[in-house]
Design a binder for this molecule. Sequence first.
Ligand code: HEM
Length: 139
Amino acid sequence: MRMNVTVRGSREPRTVYEMVGGTVFFEDLTRRFYERIEADDVLRPLHPEDLSESARKNALFLAQYWGGPTTYSEERGQPRLRLRHMPFPIDGAARDRWFAHMKTTVEESEMPEEARIAMIDYFDKASVMMINREQSPPG
Ligand code: HEM
């Protein structure tokens, strides 16, 4: 699914991809997001040793999702993100940490308010869809 948002008052619908300035925006966003993952003792162990590939795939996916080039699907096929996340144990707590890092990263980025709201809303809902394990009991 690709997302198009119409900016009020403009003659042409503009995608979020265009509003934020294109591919470099998503490369920068994912680079800063994965710096946070690198430093997170819960989320870091779920990820491969080299996070640069993770950052690259995520940037391609997000660029595509928000209306940019379809390079992600040309390389990887249908996103099917829930399925692709199945090998990684994602419970509610892991999701909350993931979303907190992404929200902060989005809040620290320059972009029109309309794009920011759309992105945070998307990450909030889509990250819940990735939960694939019961919460581990405390202790
Ligand atoms: C909006 C929510 C999310 C989006 C859009 C997203 C996006 C992606 C994408 C595009 C990939 C690469 C898939 C591929 O192989 O082509 C990926 C991989 C991965 N994601 Fe997510 N993800 C989300 C939520 C989460 C959450 C909540 C977690 C864990 C708490 C998580 C952990 C991982 C891990 C461990 C990988 C595999 C290793 C890697 O390639 O980094 N993701 N994600």
